[in-house]
Design a protein around this ligand. Sequence first.
Ligand code: NAP
Length: 250
Amino acid sequence: MIDARVLLVTGGSRGIGAAVCRKAASQGWQVMINYVSNEAAARALADEINAGGGVAKIIQGDTGTEEGIAAIFAAVDQAFGRLDGLVNNAGVVDLKARLDTFSRERLERMFNINVIGAIRCAAESVKRMSTAHGGRGGVIVNVSSVAALLGGPNFYIDYAASKGAIDSMTVGLSKEVAAEGIRVNAVRPGIIDTDIHASGGTPDRARETARDIPIQRPGSADEVADAVTYLLSSQASYITGAILNVSGGR
Ligand code: NAP
């Protein structure tokens, strides 16, 4: 087994998560790629990383469920026997709608995945990384959204609120585990050109909103991955509790 640090990326099969997996692997991390349904995308990414001399494995698991989270962390333990980093990236949007139409089912799905799943994955990671639990320290990067600051009016306030929770969790957890060798930071992407917009019923959102973004274009998954891998790296060794906007000024 290679003695290299191990990174778990939830929702690593596509979009921002996949870009993080590629970049982290090229920087020497062994990567566990989590996906929920698109096994082909996860497998193709792992094959690409392994063919390029990196180390990547895949694990199916829904971060919105306890069974899914248990399966993901059991796979990390079995495959690598260590965990040094978590990118809490799995997240969903829903259809564009006003708050006065949100159903309880919609809110439960959104908060199960975006908030409870992220907190539970952070908890399982802290259990493995904290020096207070016999670990050797580590690093967590949460993927929030600039929606947490903008509020998502007339689009998805529930999504914005779920990312506001991620911001609060980032700040609180960073203070809780700083003396235990774990740094916790977040990024707030703006409009990034990925499949997530199609899953929210607005496939052209990235292009259509370009003129409203100060930099006048959507961002790429790669540009977010650059910020995430910086926060993962030793170059960010004195940074914890920070939330970095990667939003073209939005
Ligand atoms: P994406 O292209 O839709 O990809 C989503 C990824 O998450 C896929 O790998 C998907 O797996 C996985 N996933 C979804 N639900 C999951 C679940 N319950 N359990 C495990 N994995 C799950 O999304 P993205 O745009 O890269 O977004 C990634 C993160 O960035 C999200 O947290 C999102 O809120 C945040 N973000 C995105 C933007 C943007 O404009 N794109 C802006 C701000 C923040 P499968 O491949 O198996 O479906």
